[in-house]
Design a protein around this ligand. Sequence first.
Ligand SMILES: [Ca+2]
Length: 265
Amino acid sequence: MIKKIFLCAVLAGLPGPAFAQKMSTPRKVGIGTASPQGQLHVASDSTTDPFVLVTSHSITGYGLAVSTSGSVGIGTTAPGQLLEVAGKLKLGDDASAPGAGTLKWVGKTLLVYDGALWKSSSGWAFQAVTVGSAYGAAAADSYCRSTYGAEWRLLVPRTAEHLRAAWDFVGGDAGYLTILAIYPRTTGNTCVSTAITSFTCTAWHAYDDGPYWVGTKTTITEPNGDNCPTCSMNYSWNSDGTISAYNDVPAGYTSAKFICMLDHP
Ligand SMILES: [Ca+2]
């Protein structure tokens, strides 16, 4: 009881607005204000000290600070922007709808939302397509152009990083990568036991003769010359997004799921 009386006496003796107040209906707490505008309202009268400062007694530096200009610093009391993190920033993903400028980290890819599309940090954009019946590569490529515009094509992984970005875009759903716009130049072309890239398998090519990159595995005895020049192999993938197997088949492979890419972004 004596302690409580002493504390009340101390609080009553504090000068100016430096007090805490609890209002009964509704219950709100104000620090530095008698009229809190939120459940907790901190109103500083200092022009030099941070409005809010969260520190630890056991570490050097600061956990969280709200500066006199209203900027938030994490690891710094003097944020140079509205938000400054004086250290590393770790991103993830959730189901909420994005707005332009939203960043997220998926798998191994940093994606930024431009207001309409998620793009990788290198500018690549994708659309994940599911159609009612299985499409061959030529029909899927045509679907991409007619649905999204002339620059949209059936996926050709251009580099390992591009492939990775596409993989992460569909959350590692390998079904979307079972057909690709990579074709034999003429019927009968093979790349048996050869890495499937535009550097190593020149008998096959991307739809536009540009670079392509599927993987560097050299233990697969395919493609052995079955595909037509507008047909896709069927590709299967390991859970980490690397190529597992592929096979060219006489009629070409079809899929009800595929990826359209914004080519030449
Ligand atoms: Ca074959």
